[in-house]
Write a new protein. Structure first.
Length: 356
C-alpha cells in the first residue's frame, strides 16, 4: 500500500513483522487467574495459541496495561463516507523502536529490506462508541511507546509512515479499509469513547529487544530479566486491574445493546420522500438545502433532527421515519435552520457549508 509520498511504501512483510494483534476480551484477561480447566492464550500473528493443563495454573506470560491518552485520528472508510476513529495511546510496557533519524527512515524504506525497521504496537478490538453529536461510530485503539509517540507528534514523515502501518493493520486484521489521505488529527480531542486495556506479551517484548542493533543498558537489563528465572505459577491479583476489566466489559455490553436496538429500529423504519440540493456561489458550494415530506407528522415535536460535521440525521420514532446520510461537505452546525410547515407536512432545512 502506498502513502502520499513515494518513500512511504509498506509491504505485507513489513506489517507482519511490526505488528502484534492483541485481543482485549474481559473473560480472556481473567482466565489467567481463575480458570480451572484448559486455558487458551492470545493468538499470535500466525494463528497459533498456547494452553495449559487442568492440573496446573497457567503462567502469566503477559501483562494487562491501561494506556494513557495520546491523540485521536478521524478518517473515513474507503468507498463510503462512514467515519472511523483511531485512538493513538501510549504505554511504557510496549518497547520503543530503535531511535533513528528521518534520513535513516527514508533510506530504510527505499532499501531492499524495508521491514528491517519495526514499530512495536498493540491493537485493540474495534468497537462502537459515540461521536460528539452522540451518533454511533466505529473506533479502535493503537498503543505505542511514549518515546515513539513523541516522535510521530514532531515528525510529519514518521507520522505518515505510522498512518500507513495503521491502515495496513486494519485492512489485514479486521478487513477495514480507511482513507489515509483523508485522515485528520483532532488536536482538541485526545481520544474518543473509552480507552481499553491491552495485553503485552513478554515474548513479544523480548523479540523486540533482541532485534536492537545498539541496545542500551536498560534494554539489556530488561531482556535479561525476561529471559532468566522460572515463571511464577501463582501470582497476586491486582484488584484495581480486575475492577477496570469488569467495568470495561460492562461498557462493551452496553454499547453492543445500544447498537442492536438501533439496528432493530432502523430495520422497521422507512426513508421519507426528500430532496437534497446544493447552492453554489463563485463555483463553491455555499449551502446544503433539504426538503422532507412527512405526511404523518402533525408537529415539529414529533421530529428529531441532528446535524453533524458531515451528516444529516432525521428521525420520527412515533411514525417510523428515518433519514441518515453523510454529505461531502463540512457543515456549519451552529447556523443550520429548520422549518416545519404543518399545512403541507414539509420540513425544510438550510445548512451553510464551511469553505475548505
Amino acid at each position: 500500500m502506498s502513502g502520499s509520498r513515494n518513500f512511504l511504501d509498506a509491504d505485507n512483510s513489513l506489517m507482519e513483522r511490526n505488528l502484534r494483534f492483541i485481543k482485549n476480551d474481559f473473560e480472556e484477561n481473567l482466565s489467567q487467574y481463575f480458570s480451572s480447566g484448559p486455558v487458551s492464550g492470545a493468538n499470535d500473528n500466525y494463528g497459533n495459541s498456547t494452553s495449559s493443563s487442568s492440573n496446573s495454573a497457567p503462567p502469566r506470560e503477559y501483562r494487562v496495561v491501561q494506556p494513557t491518552p495520546g491523540f485521536c485520528i478521524k478518517s473515513f472508510k474507503v468507498n463510503t463516507n462512514e467515519k472511523y476513529f483511531i485512538n493513538v495511546c501510549q504505554t511504557e510496557e510496549i518497547p520503543p523502536p530503535e531511535d533513528i533519524t528521518e534520513t535513516e527512515l527514508t533510506e530504510i524504506l527505499n532499501s531492499d529490506e524495508p521491514s528491517s525497521y519495526r514499530i512495536p504496537m498493540s491493537i485493540s478490538e474495534p468497537r462502537v462508541t459515540k461521536d460528539k453529536s452522540d451518533n454511533p461510530v466505529d473506533a479502535v485503539d493503537f498503543a505505542v511507546n511514549p518515546k515513539f509517540f513523541a516522535k510521530i507528534e514532531k515528525s510529519i514523515l514518521f507520522r505518515d509512515f505510522f498512518l500507513v502501518l495503521i491502515a495496513e493493520a486494519l485492512s489485514e486484521k479486521y478487513n477495514v479499509q480507511i482513507k489515509v489521505d483523508k485522515a485528520i488529527i483532532l488536536t482538541k480531542r485526545k481520544f474518543i469513547g473509552t480507552l481499553v486495556s491491552h495485553r503485552v506479551r513478554n515474548n513479544d517484548v523480548k523479540n523486540v529487544l533482541s532485534s536492537y542493533r545498539n541496545p542500551s543498558k536498560d534494554d539489556l537489563s530488561k531482556l535479561k530479566s525476561l529471559e532468566g528465572g522460572q515463571k511464577q505459577l501463582v501470582q497476586e491479583i491486582n484488584a484495581n486491574e480486575v475492577n477496570a476489566l469488569r467495568n470495561q466489559s460492562e461498557q462493551l455490553k452496553q454499547q453492543e445493546s445500544v447498537r442492536i436496538k438501533q439496528e432493530i429500529s432502523q430495520a422497521s423504519s422507512t426513508v421519507p420522500d426528500y430532496k437534497l440540493r446544493a447552492r453554489i456561489k463563485d463555483e463553491e458550494v455555499e449551502e446544503v438545502q433539504a426538503e422532507f415530506f412527512l405526511p404523518k407528522c402533525i408537529s415539529s415535536q414529533e421530529i428529531t433532527l441532528d446535524i453533524g460535521e458531515d451528516r444529516i440525521l432525521l428521525e420520527s420514532m412515533k411514525h417510523g421515519y428515518l433519514f441518515d446520510k453523510f454529505v461531502n461537505y463540512r457543515l456549519n452546525q451552529e447556523r443550520a435552520r429548520a422549518i416545519f410547515d404543518k399545512t403541507n407536512k414539509m420540513l425544510q432545512i438550510r445548512i451553510p457549508v464551511i469553505s475548505a
